[in-house]
Design a protein around this ligand. Sequence first.
Ligand SMILES: [Zn+2]
Length: 237
Amino acid sequence: MNGFWVNKKTGLLYEDGNPVKQVIAADMGGEITPQLLVMHYTASGSAEGSIKHLTLKDAVYVSAHLCIDANGSVTQMVPFNRKAYHAGVSNYMGRTNCNDFSIGIEMVNWGFCGAEGAPRTWTGQQLEVTRCMQSKHKNGGPLGWWEKYTGVQVQVCTEVAAALHVAYNLSDIVGHDDISPGRKQDPGPAFPTAEFYASVLAAVETSKAPVEAPTFESGVLATLAEFETRLKRLENA
Ligand SMILES: [Zn+2]
């Protein structure tokens, strides 16, 4: 029971010793060294639909490393050491094409829910006012409704980001709206990126305890690196 852990060899995420659920994306690029974490929302209400959209081979070339549902469940779609197509046209402190050096996490959230009347998703679904907050986006636009992220979702994102930071010594955590301002507004004002950043650093501090090696459930992983690690563990047992 050690929370989240990243296997740097395979770029896969583990929770309490087991790999998280995996639905591998069709759209994936070559090897990257992750330096930046980019937070997104899916603009949807279900992880299932979003994961389908992010993993299918179709005309839309999009993917992300992880999807984190409102209930906190985590699905990995691209290994962290491979390029995912989540940021698009982007610029981080003068470096363009952020997909080349970043990890993208998609949080299931409707995002902007209109400025007039009751909160309503872009698909026309009305949301309870209590599920939303009212704010302007820092990059401009009207005072509008934004769906809140759930407590468990933010907590899981924090723990996952801490594990990523431990593994890759990330240089920064940003929102998609920070690297594609004007074009993108996710994760939006309902996601407090600065507070999130502080929580991640705090979580890194408290996660310094030695991490137990992951267990290898049969049939979960079949990469060569995993196999070699498993052999080593058996030899040392
Ligand atoms: Zn985005």
